[in-house]
Structures are given as C-alpha cells and as structure tokens.
Write a protein that binds this ligand. Structure first.
Ligand code: HEM
Length: 507
C-alpha cells in the first residue's frame, strides 16, 4: 500500500530547481527512513512556500523516536500547540539583549570573548586546534545566560556538565543514535554502551535540578540574574493555574534545548570561520582593516560597530551560507491534514507512547532473546512471521505520520538565488558600492514561525567572537594554505569543517 503511494508520488511536483537532488526528483518528493515517511522540500521556492506561505499548517515540530524518548514533549524544540507558543515566547523574551537582570547578553559575550583571546595569547607560539576552546567559550555563554555564571575553562563542575551534554548529544549524531531511533523500546531496556546516553541524560537533569533549588533559595525578584530566575518568577506567578506550562519539567526541557541547540551550532560556525579566513588571507586582511578603522586597537568590539562594518558582516553571512551546518533543517509536521503541491500530508500521529512502536521493538527483542543472530533468523523464521513483521513495520510508518524535511542546504546553495552557490564569495552579500546586501534565501536559521529562537544570540556571538579575535591576532595555518581544504568533513553528513591547527599571531 505504502510502496505504490511512493511510486505515484514521484510525479506531481513538476519543474526542476536545478539543485542536484531536484534534477532527479523534482522540488518535492517522498522518502522512507527509520520507520518514518518524509516529504522532502528542495530549493528556496518550495521551502519558503511551506514555512512562510503555509506557516499556519507547517509550524508543528516533527518528532522522531529518539527525541520522543528523551524530551517527551517538554521544552521548546520538540513541543507543539500552547506549550510551544508559551515556551518559545518566554525563550525569545529572555534571550533578548536586555531580557533579564542588570547585565546584557552582549556584555556576557564580550566577557567570554575576552577570556578566549587571553587563552589564545597564552598559546601564541603553539599550534592549536581551536575546537575544544571554542566549545568551552560558547557553552560558557549559555551558562552565563542560564545559570548566571561563567566557569573557568578547567572547572570540574563545568567539565562534567559538558561531558554529560556531549555524551547525550551522541544520541542525535552517532550510529548508536540511529539504532535508538529505529528500536527505541528495545534499546531502552537492552544493556550496552548506549546506556551511557541515558545515564548522562539523568545526570544532566540532576545538575539542572540542583541549580534550580540553589536559585530558589537565593531568588531576588527585583533583580533576576538569569534565565532560571526568570522562569522561577513565572512559576510563582502561575502557581494557582493547574494548566501552567511553567513547571520543572519544562524548565529542564528548555535548558537542555538551549545547550543542545545553541552550543555545537555556533562552535562549528566559528571553526569554519577561522579555517576560511586562513584559506583566504586577503579576506582576513580586509576585515583587519575594517576593525582598525571602525573599532581601533584598544576598545572592545560592540554590537553598535556591526552596522559600520559591511565587509565583515558580508563575510560572516557568507561563512554561514557556505558552511551550511544544518543541511536538512529540523523536521516539521502538519498540524492538520493537508495537500501540499499534490502530496498528501496527514496530521502527524501524536503520541508519546506509540503502542505500535513498542510492539515492533518487542517482536525484534523476542527474536534476539531466543539466541539467534539476525542473519540466522532470516533463514529460519517462517514466511508468516516475516510477513507480519513487514506489515507491522509498514503500519508503524503509517501511524507515525509524515514529516516535512526542509532541505536548507538546497536553499543556501540554490543556483537560482546565488551566483556562485558552491564558491566562497562574500560578494553574495555586497552591492556594487560595497554596502551590505540582505538576501532572502539566506536561511541558515530557517524561516517562518518555527525559525531558530537563538538567531539574535548566535549572530551576536559570531560578530563579537570574530572581531575580538581578529582585533588582536592574525590567524595563520600550520600547513601551506593551498593544502587547507574548506569543503566539509566527508563523514559528517556535509556539515562539519575538517579538523585543523592554527597559530594565533599577535598583531
Ligand atoms: C549558528 C548558530 C545556529 C544555527 C545555524 C541555528 C539553526 C537553527 C535551525 C535551522 C533551527 C530549526 C528551525 C526550524 O524548525 O525550521 C533552529 C531551531 C532552534 N534553535 Fe537554533 N541555530 C543556531 C544557534 C542557536 C542558539 C545559540 C540557540 C539558543 C541558545 C538556538 C536555539 C534554537 C531553538 C530553541 C530552536 C527551536 C525553535 C522552535 O522549535 O520553535 N539556536 N536553529
């Protein structure tokens, strides 16, 4: 049943957007993967049509098993409906520059950028892979916003928090994660190395609960220090409302979201930035000149400087376009049954405890517990068992509903939108007079009602970390720059820079 649907669905899209995938499949097509049906959107036109023109229908989040396992539907990223609206509004307000307390978010980033450059200064004669340091600095910005304090780069509490997060992030990025996604129930109970992911998630929750208790004891409502304080105040305000979304589970969910969504993304973008600036020293040189003329050598860079630095702004945009770090975006789902460009997209089957998923897992678990390897099983099990197994799998897909994949890579590299989509060219964001030029297809943060909550924060971080570093240093590669490869690391789904070392040479 589902197979014939796939075949008949390969046609109705019509036209081609010339992006490599769409030459073969058209701008909209269907795939099945990990027990899920996906409708894939290719190119700026299709993605914009779904996320902006039909934002009322396609702003729901598409869940996959692994997210359901950990987050249930708490927090911002994975929730829908009223919960999502309330928590998203809270996160957006709090992450605004003066969203909380005495210290602006800009000041918190400036402080961290200073600490990072001090560390670079200490390492000036040694080649350094900046990955870990950038990860510490960017995580510290989130710590400052959420917990009200930054940590020393060697602090044990900080290290253990980051190791829990790193371990837990594996669930989304590794092979183990893929298995968790396909066999959630079975993997939850089966022993093995993946159990570390569950332990780390529990530890992360404990860490947040402890911080929450400590904040409760010292809360001053006249001067909230951080995001936890702001959340606790809302909990107090809504104490009498039994349907309030301001409760401990949503606080845990929201904090976890901010660490997971806001750390790796910005770190990877900065890693790309350093690599690209070493590859093109003439571009680095032009940024140095702009910094010298607008900011000078002594004053700390601030957000006010950004509008006076069109070249730097264009380079940062081009780094994000070229870096293309979330190529498939995050899955969306329809909030009601819909037909989009001829495709039937039913409202997603929403249940945090899908009985079919459990049943599917249990069949497998039973087979494995009987002591037979899977290869063995294929030869021994009866055709009836195979048939019921396949039916269960198809039903499983059917009941999971359909997810929408907005391929951001096909927007950022859309040849109809960008002159040289595969080339690094800051000219994509400059007009003929050298002024900064906005581009409607610049969507690394996605678009519509579900677009990235941290866009403002991330753009502030990219500008301040880059300008503070380049104000003080010239970045030099440890190898001949001709040998620097700026295409992505092949094994990482096209979204991560290759590893490198660099010298930070004081200017
Ligand atoms: C360069 C850095 C970043 C990039 C490229 C990026 C990109 C994205 C993308 C593509 C989405 C999915 C939007 C959609 O569903 O269509 C997203 C969602 C989200 N991002 Fe970011 N992000 C970045 C940094 C951050 C930061 C710093 C934070 C916060 C600390 C953050 C928090 C979130 C949240 C909470 C969501 C979920 C929004 C929702 O479901 O309503 N992101 N981001």
């Amino acid at each position: 049943m589902l197979r014939s649907q796939t075949l008949s669905e390969s046609g109705p899209t019509g036209g081609s957007t010339d992006f490599p995938l769409s030459e073969t499949y058209g701008p909209v097509f269907t795939i099945y993967f990990a027990s899920q049906r996906f409708v894939v959107l290719i190119g700026y036109d299709a993605v914009k049509e779904a996320l902006v023109d039909h934002s009322d229908v396609f702003s729901d989040r598409g869940e996959v098993e692994v997210t359901r396992l950990f987050f249930k539907d708490y927090g911002v990223v994975m929730s829908n409906g009223e919960r999502w609206k309330t928590l998203r509004r809270f996160a957006l307000t709090t992450l605004r520059n003066f969203g909380m307390g005495k210290r602006s978010i800009e000041e918190r980033i400036q402080e961290e950028a200073r600490c990072l450059t001090e560390r670079f200064m200490k390492m000036k004669d040694t080649p350094v892979d900046p990955t870990d340091l950038l990860h510490l600095a960017i995580s510290n910005v989130i710590c400052s916003i959420v917990f009200g304090e930054r940590f020393d780069y060697e602090d044990e509490k900080f290290m253990s928090l980051l190791s829990h997060i790193r371990e837990f992030t594996k669930a989304f990025t590794s092979f183990l994660g893929l298995f968790l996604n396909i066999f959630p129930t079975m993997m939850t109970h089966a022993p093995g190395p993946h159990q570390k992911i569950f332990k780390s998630f529990e530890k992360l929750k404990e860490f947040i609960t402890k911080e929450m208790k400590a904040h409760q004891d010292t809360l001053d409502e006249n001067c909230p220090r951080d995001l936890i304080d702001c959340f606790l105040m809302r909990m107090k305000e809504e104490k009498k409302n039994p349907n309030s979304e301001f409760h401990e589970k949503n606080l845990q969910g929201t904090i976890t979201d901010l660490f997971i969504a806001g750390t790796e993304t910005t770190t990877v973008t900065l890693r790309y930035s350093f690599l690209i600036l070493m590859k093109y020293p003439e571009i680095q040189d032009r940024i140095h000149k702009e910094i010298d003329s607008v900011i000078g050598k002594d004053r700390c860079p601030s957000m006010e400087d950004r509008s006076k630095m069109p070249y730097t702004e264009a380079v940062i945009h081009e780094i994000q376009r070229f870096g293309d770090i979330i190529p498939a975006g995050l899955a969306h789902a329809a909030s009601k049954d819909t037909i989009f460009r001829g495709y039937n997209i039913p409202k997603v089957f929403v249940s945090s405890h899908n009985p079919l998923s459990a049943q599917f897992d249990h069949v497998l678990l039973l087979c494995i517990l009987k002591g037979r390897s899977l290869v063995d099983l294929r030869q021994r099990i009866s055709p009836m068992l195979v048939l019921s197994y396949v039916c269960l799998h198809l039903l499983h897909i059917y009941f999971q509903g359909t997810l929408l994949l907005t391929m951001l890579t096909s927007v950022l590299k859309d040849p109809k939108q960008f002159e040289n989509p595969d080339k690094f060219d800051p000219g994509h964001f400059l007009d003929e007079n050298g002024a900064f030029k906005k581009h409607e297809a610049f969507l690394p943060f996605s678009t519509g009602k579900r677009a990235c909550v941290g866009e403002g924060l991330a753009r502030m971080e990219l500008f301040l970390f880059l300008t503070t570093t380049l104000q003080k240093f010239t970045l030099k590669p440890t190898v001949d720059r001709k040998d620097l490869e700026i295409t992505p690391e092949p094994k990482t789904n096209g979204s991560r820079p290759r590893s490198y070392e660099m010298y930070t040479v004081p200017r």
